[in-house]
Design a protein around this ligand. Structure first.
Ligand code: NI
Length: 256
């Protein structure tokens, strides 16, 4: 049941509307991003902007409520670059745990986290494990039916296939043309930053912020974001929303 973006934003609902919603749907979407450097030409908010846009589109198509974006993620290794704001893994774990418990306490049973940042994956999974335990020890009514799922839009099969087709090896691993394309579609002012860049340092192991900056002096990992265009971004948004909407539908229908 497609809705308008206004209808599915939790921020714009009243509490009686949320109570009514829970009578017919137990699902909710949390956009999870990061606020971190994306190379010399990419926006600091790339991962949060993209996760929220995909979440709102999935919400609009499915009619499932979308919480405000959690725009700060685990970005410790990007702290060597100005503008990055990171939560330590333990902090992000606590934030996600508390968000899940708040929602579960109201009767939400299916928490669908749409993530825009690879560095959040391990911590999000840990948060889910901890939330299941707490829901049980607190004796929440939904505990036996509570399920959390992590949906990484940039890892969806059709998104990765399109990125490979458009950019080949130059997709890289950080500040990728696919994610930058989506930001160009969402925020046309970012087009002014686009310029040709020298070959990026290849992807490698990730350690602390100083080591990251030494290995990746301009912040990119093997990517060529100059290949990105707003037209590509519009396509990535559609591919991601289609793939994740299917995933959400099966998640909501899953038997506990
Ligand atoms: Ni990113």
């Amino acid at each position: 049941m497609p809705k308008t973006t206004e209808e599915i934003r939790l921020q714009l609902r009243s509490w009686p509307e949320v109570e009514d919603y829970l009578q017919r749907c137990k699902g909710v979407i949390i956009p999870l991003g990061s606020t971190e450097q994306h190379g010399p030409t990419g926006a600091i908010g790339t991962d949060a902007l993209t996760a929220e846009a995909v979440a709102l589109e999935v919400g609009r198509r499915s009619g499932v409520l979308v919480t405000p974006a959690q725009a700060f993620g685990m970005a410790e290794h990007h702290l060597g670059f100005a503008g990055t704001v990171s939560l330590q893994p333990a902090t992000l774990l606590a934030v996600l745990h508390d968000m899940v418990l708040s929602l579960a306490g109201h009767g939400f049973e299916r928490i669908f986290v749409i993530n825009g940042h690879g560095g959040n994956i391990a911590t999000a999974r840990a948060a889910f494990a901890q939330a299941y335990g707490t829901a049980t020890t607190r004796g929440l009514a939904v505990a036996p039916r509570l399920r959390c799922r992590l949906a990484n839009w940039f890892l969806a099969g059709p998104v990765m296939a399109e990125a490979r087709q458009l950019y080949g090896e130059r997709e890289g691993h950080h500040a990728t043309p696919s994610e930058i394309a989506l930001t160009l579609h969402l925020e046309p002012s970012l087009q002014a930053k686009q310029r040709p860049l020298p070959e990026a340092a290849p992807a490698g192991p990730i350690h602390g912020p100083d080591d990251f900056r030494r290995r990746h002096p301009d912040g990119r990992m093997g990517s060529d974001p100059y290949l990105a265009s707003a037209e590509h971004g519009s396509r990535f948004l559609d591919l991601a929303a289609t793939a994740l909407s299917q995933d959400l539908t099966s998640f909501l229908a899953e038997e506990p």
